[in-house]
Design a protein around this ligand. Structure first.
Ligand code: F0G
Length: 456
C-alpha cells in the first residue's frame, strides 16, 4: 500500500512562533505550571485539544460568507437541521453554542437530586453538568478499557452486565437515561462497537429507559467499526453512522470535534414533549430555536463539515495519522494506551513516571516537561482532572494517570507529528530527573482549568 497522505492541499497558512527553552521555563513558571494558563502564542505545537481547533475547508469558508443571519427561520438553520437529521435521523434538532450547552439543557431538564445517569465514561463537562443538577454520574466501562497496555478493538464499550445490575439495584425510576460516549474520550479515545450499542439498547428497552449518545466523535467511531467489526467492512461511513444513531433516542454533540468547525453543537431528540421543554430553556439560555447560541454562518459551516467528516479518505488519514504518532513513541518504549485512540494519543503517566505518586501528579509533570522540552502543549487527564478528596482531605486519585496529545483536525502535517514524537521521546529519556507537583490553588469544580502548581 502507498503512503496515506493528507487528503487536502494548503491554501492559507498560519505562522507558529518559536521560543527558547529558557523562555519556556519562565513562561511555564508564570503560568503556575498549568498549560491552560499559557498564551497560545507561546506554544509551538498545540495538542491541548482537538476541540474547536480544526482547519475549515475552502468550502466551509465560502459557506461562512453565505451564512444567513436572520434571527428566525434562517436558511442556514435549515441546512444545519437537515445535515444533522441526515446523520442522526432525529426529529427535533436544537442548535447550541457547544456541547456543554446541550448537556446543561438536557441534564437540568431531566436531572436533579436523587437521580443517576449511566455511561461508559462521562466526559468531565458532562459529569460536571450532571453533578450541577444535583444528580450523580456513574461510569460502567468494560474491564479491558481500564488497562492501558491491554490491546482490544473496542475498549470504549460499556459493561452491559454491570448496566443491567445497576438499573435493578438503583431502580429504573431514578435513572432518566443511559448515555454512550463515542468515542470514549476520557478512556483513551477508544471506540464503542455496534454490537455494544445494540446490547446497551436491549437493556434500556427492557427497563424502558432512553438511550443517548454523546456523539462528539461519531465519525471516528464509525471508521473504527468499519475497520474492526465483522459485517461492516463493506458498509459506507454514513450507513454506519445512521445505524449507531438509530438505537438512540437523542444525542448531545460538540460540533467542535467531528463537525470540523470552531464553535457549535446540538441537542437532538425524538420526544416532542421533552423537545418543547428543552427549547424553552434554550430560549432563556442560548437563543431562539433556529440559531441556539450560534451565528447563521456557524450553522452553515457545521452543515458542510458534517458532509466532509464522513469522507472515507479523510477518516483514513485522520485515524492513521494519530496511529502513526502512537507507533513512533511506542517503538521508543513510551507507555501509551494501546491501541492508539481516534483523536489523541494518551501517554500512561503511571508507567512513564513510576517514581511519582498520584498525589504528586505524574501527568502534570510530563505535561510541563513536554512544554519546556519542545513547546508542545498537552493536557493531563488524571488526578488533576478527576481527583477528589475524602473527608480527611486526602486525595482519591483517578483510576488512570494520563497525558493526552490531542491532534487537531487537518491542522498539522507529518513533519509536525515527527517533531512531537521527538519531543516525547526526549522527555522519556529525561524521566528519571522529572519531579512531582503540588497544587497551590484550585477551584471547587473543574479545577484543572485554573489550578496553579509548584514543583516538589
Ligand atoms: N463530550 C465529550 C466526549 C467531549 O470530549 C467534550 C469536549 C464535550 C462533551 C463538551 O463539548 O467542549 O463543546 O462543550 N471535549 C473537549 C476536549 C473540550 O478537549 O476533549 P464542548
Amino acid at each position: 500500500m502507498k503512503t496515506i497522505i493528507e487528503p487536502f492541499k494548503i491554501k492559507s497558512v498560519e505562522p507558529i512562533r518559536f521560543t527558547t527553552k529558557e523562555e519556556r521555563k519562565n513562561i511555564l513558571e508564570t503560568a503556575g505550571y498549568n498549560p491552560f494558563l499559557i498564551n497560545a502564542e507561546d506554544v509551538l505545537i498545540d495538542l491541548l485539544t482537538d476541540s474547536g481547533t480544526s482547519a475549515m475547508s475552502s468550502g466551509q469558508w465560502a459557506g461562512i460568507m453565505r451564512g444567513d443571519e436572520s434571527y428566525a427561520g434562517a436558511r442556514s438553520f435549515y441546512a444545519f437541521e437537515s445535515a444533522v437529521r441526515n446523520i442522526t435521523g432525529d426529529k427535533f434538532i436544537i442548535p447550541t453554542h457547544q456541547g456543554r450547552a446541550a448537556e446543561k439543557i438536557i441534564f437540568s431538564t431531566l436531572g436533579g437530586p436523587g437521580k443517576y445517569f449511566v455511561s461508559n465514561t462521562f466526559f468531565d463537562t458532562t459529569r460536571a453538568n450532571i453533578e450541577f443538577s444535583g444528580s450523580e454520574g456513574v461510569d460502567l466501562l468494560v474491564e479491558e478499557g481500564k488497562h492501558p497496555e491491554q490491546r482490544a478493538p473496542f475498549k470504549g464499550n460499556m459493561d452491559v452486565a454491570a448496566l443491567d445490575s445497576f438499573i435493578r439495584k438503583t431502580g429504573k425510576e431514578n435513572i432518566p437515561f443511559v448515555m454512550i460516549t463515542i468515542t470514549n474520550n476520557s478512556g483513551g479515545g477508544q471506540p464503542v462497537s455496534m454490537q455494544n450499542i445494540r446490547e446497551v439498547k436491549e437493556v434500556c428497552k427492557k427497563y424502558g429507559l432512553p438511550l443517548f449518545l454523546d456523539a462528539c466523535r461519531f465519525a471516528e467511531n464509525a471508521y473504527f467499526i468499519k475497520q474492526r467489526e465483522k459485517g461492516f467492512e463493506n458498509k459506507s461511513i454514513i450507513e454506519i453512522c445512521r445505524e449507531m444513531f438509530s438505537y438512540a433516542d437523542g444525542s448531545t454533540m460538540s460540533a467542535k470535534k467531528d463537525a470540523l468547525v470552531n464553535i457549535g453543537g446540538w441537542l437532538s431528540l425524538n420526544d416532542e414533549e421533552l423537545a418543547m421543554k428543552c427549547r424553552n430553556l434554550l430560549i432563556v439560555t442560548e437563543g431562539f430555536p433556529t440559531y441556539g447560541g450560534l451565528a447563521g454562518r456557524d450553522l452553515e459551516a457545521i452543515a458542510l463539515g458534517l458532509e466532509e467528516i464522513v469522507d472515507e479518505h479523510y477518516l483514513q488519514y485522520r485515524i492513521r495519522s494519530v496511529e502513526y504518532l502512537g507507533e513512533k513513541i511506542l517503538a521508543a518504549g513510551v507507555p501509551i494506551i494501546e491501541p492508539p485512540g481516534g483523536h489523541a494519543i494518551y501517554i500512561d503517566a503511571k508507567r512513564f513516571l513510576p517514581h511519582i505518586s498520584a498525589d504528586q501528579y505524574p501527568g502534570q509533570s510530563i505535561v510541563c516537561e513536554l512544554y519546556v522540552e519542545g513547546g508542545v502543549r498537552a493536557v493531563e487527564i488524571g488526578s488533576v482532572m478527576f481527583g477528589k478528596y475524602d473527608k480527611n482531605g486526602k486525595l482519591i486519585p483517578s483510576v488512570m494517570e494520563l497525558v493526552r496529545l490531542a491532534i487537531p483536525r487537518r491542522v498539522y502535517t507529518q513533519s509536525h507529528i515527527d517533531y512531537v514524537a521527538e519531543v516525547v521521546i526526549e522527555a522519556y529519556k529525561n524521566r528519571n530527573y522529572m519531579k512531582g507537583y503540588e497544587i497551590t490553588y484550585e477551584a471547587p469544580m473543574l479545577r484543572h482549568f485554573t489550578a496553579k502548581f509548584k514543583p516538589i
